[in-house]
Design a protein around this ligand. Structure first.
Ligand SMILES: Cc1ncc(COP(=O)(O)O)c(C=O)c1O
Length: 301
């Protein structure tokens, strides 16, 4: 990063390098950190958040699932996002909200205090370096998706990403860009930090909610595709569905549609014809070229 953004940290603006916690904080030593990430986009002179309400709804869900509370209300968080993006003159990029117990927890596992909050604006070239976003390769990971009765997988909890780390590490070690995981129920779940879609005989399919993170990009794609009238299904996918897909793509906040050009040893068109349409529609949405979705943007400054 050329110039490091300043950070909103517990209602103060601090330099990036001062946004720290103690090694024995509960967040660090017990893994209680949670987070949320959403995109920011520039239109004319103004910067907008993409579906911030939906992301903050997911943050509230994470808090409920983990019996945690923030030190700040959601209205205060929204105001803080506007303040810190304005302070950094942020354009296209992401906002990452981190919440955690900064309190030290040498013996205590359960704390009754409220979570500290830090908000980081991250410019686009940091999370999406040049060359990123093109067709990718993927494989199945040897690691299963966390079982939802061990930790809630709908919670965007830092600790859940040890599973994501292993899945990515395994895929990269085998020469692929990313790995998809299968749940303990035997159905395909998602990637380390991405949802997955396939196209088979003209029908777009993605695994249902329940054992995956409720991706806001996945939801946006489902809505856009339905509005355009293409057949789409949220349905359990077997490994065989992946092996026989006509097209495949992944998605997350940073990359709305990322075509898969090779899965295991099988080449796929990337983007295939349906994926290309979806990619164009999503580019139009986030490029402010489709007025039907203007309420998906919240003006920050
Ligand atoms: C496990 C997992 N699945 C899916 C996604 C995509 O979610 P979103 O579209 O909200 O970025 C993410 C994003 O970080 C993720 O971590």
């Amino acid at each position: 990063m050329e110039k490091q953004p300043v950070v909103w940290f517990n209602n103060e603006i601090v330099p990036w390098e001062n946004a720290n916690v103690h090694l024995l904080s509960h967040g660090m030593s017990r893994g209680s950190g949670i987070f949320e990430v959403f995109g920011t986009h520039k239109n004319g002179d103004h910067t907008y958040a993409f579906r911030m309400d939906k992301h903050l709804e997911r943050l509230e869900n994470t808090l409920r699932l983990l019996s945690m509370e923030l030190k700040y209300s959601m209205d205060e968080i929204k105001a803080a996002v506007a303040q810190i993006t304005r302070e950094n003159n942020a354009g296209r990029g992401m906002v990452k909200i981190m919440a955690f117990w900064g309190e030290q927890a040498i013996v205590n596992l359960v704390l009754d205090s409220k979570l500290d909050v830090a908000i980081f604006p991250i410019p686009v070239d940091v999370y999406r370096p040049k060359g990123h976003g093109g067709p990718i390769t993927a494989c199945f990971s040897k690691w299963r998706k966390l079982h939802p009765e061990t930790v809630p997988v709908q919670a965007k909890a830092c600790a859940n990403y040890l599973n994501g780390y292993l899945i990515r590490k395994d895929a990269v070690a085998r020469g692929f860009d990313l790995g998809l995981n299968v749940g303990t129920d035997g159905f395909v779940a998602e990637g380390s930090v991405e949802s997955v879609f396939i196209v088979k005989d003209g029908v777009i399919k993605t695994p249902p909610l329940g054992r995956i993170l409720a991706s806001v990009t996945r939801d946006s794609i489902l809505r856009v595709v339905e509005k355009e009238g293409l057949p789409v299904m949220e349905t359990h996918l077997e490994k065989e569905d992946i092996y026989t897909a006509d097209e495949m793509f992944t998605c997350h906040t940073g990359n709305k549609v990322e075509p898969i050009r090779k899965f295991e040893d099988r080449e796929l068109p990337a983007p295939g014809p349906v994926t290309e349409k979806i990619k164009t529609w999503m580019d139009n949405v986030i490029g402010f070229k489709d007025d039907r979705y203007s309420d998906w943007f919240q003006k920050l400054f």
